[in-house]
Design a protein around this ligand. Structure first.
Ligand SMILES: C[S@@+](CC[C@H](N)C(=O)[O-])C[C@H]1O[C@@H](n2cnc3c(N)ncnc32)[C@H](O)[C@@H]1O
Length: 288
């Protein structure tokens, strides 16, 4: 069966990944010089949460909807700036798209934030998802939708002319072992061409021992500053399916880890129960 992100759109893992995405894009925007954003596994871009697959799964209720209800406008100033920023971006998109019950995927979130000097490409391999993405981005978007294999297109796009950029690698992990392997190869490929690029690779937390081993191997092959930002809602070794959401970030921006600790703590409290937790693991000493 072909993976359909609509089942998971706006769930706790999407929220975790997209808060980090907004924070990473903002960090690149501290400088005026433009940059390139590459989304290797883009999805369809726009997800209707009140109908179809998303409604069937109900996952967004325990994700974006719970977060919005907890951090409403009156209480938002108490939230970590990264969390508040993300929620403002989602609400801004909903207002602009006149879509109160929809959720924007990574390419649409990035399209909201890119400045005139920034550019982006979003790659999707499934024809129907790609068509939906092209439509969702619309004409005149700073992000170009491409139909193809994100792992291959990554090689063609890097290094970007601006020599500044963020690569988001977010595979479906339908073939779990295959995607863990392919994603690690993609990170090495990207760094061979673009050693200073910021790379964010999402991974599912299922079996902690396997994931920890994979992270160590990844860090060894990377040889650049790298951290793992993990948030779990079930104990990392439970058999619940998806226990948590992980992001391996290569060349993290200055003080990303410290800031991440602060918004992780709030997110874990809001979206998780007694079994939730989070951690930042520094895998290669972060450059200062
Ligand atoms: C987890 S979803 C992406 C979600 C999206 N990044 C977001 O955060 O909103 C993964 C997507 O990758 C697509 N996909 C699977 N294999 C791919 C490949 N080799 N190249 C590009 N896209 C692929 C799937 O069809 C699916 O839409």
């Amino acid at each position: 069966m072909k993976y359909r992100h609509a089942f998971h759109a706006g769930n706790f893992a999407d929220v975790h990944k997209h808060i980090a995405l907004v924070a990473l894009l903002r960090a690149l925007q501290r400088k005026d010089k433009g940059f390139f954003f590459l989304d290797t596994h883009a999805g369809r871009g726009r997800y209707a949460l009140a109908s179809g697959d998303a409604r069937t799964s109900g996952e967004s209720q325990a994700g974006i909807e719970r977060l919005l209800a907890t951090c409403d406008r009156s209480s938002r100033q108490a939230a970590a700036p990264e969390l508040a920023d993300y929620l403002n971006v989602i609400e801004g998109w909903r207002r602009g798209a006149d879509a109160r019950h929809d959720y924007p995927g990574s390419p649409l979130i990035a399209a909201q934030l890119l400045r005139p000097q920034d550019q982006g490409s979003a790659i999707e391999s499934q024809p129907a998802e790609f068509e939906a993405l092209r439509k969702a981005l619309g004409r005149g978007s700073r992000i170009v939708a491409e139909h193809g294999d994100g792992y291959q297109r990554l090689r063609a796009h890097l290094p970007p002319a601006s020599r500044r950029g963020l690569v988001l690698i977010d595979p479906p992990y339908e073939d779990t072992r295959g995607d863990f392997r392919a994603a690690a190869t993609a990170v090495r490929d990207a760094l061979e061409r673009f050693a200073t690029g910021v790379i964010a690779l999402w991974y599912p937390m299922k079996d902690q021992r396997d994931t920890d081993r994979w992270l160590q191997e990844l860090a060894h092959g990377v040889g650049r500053p790298m951290l793992a930002a993990e948030l779990w809602i079930h104990p990392p070794d439970s058999r619940a399916g998806l226990n948590g959401s992980g992001l391996a970030i290569v060349n993290p921006p200055f003080q990303f880890a410290e800031r991440c600790d602060a918004w992780h703590a709030q997110l874990q409290e809001i979206l998780g129960g007694a079994e939730a937790g989070s951690r930042i693991v520094s895998l290669v000493a972060e450059s200062r």
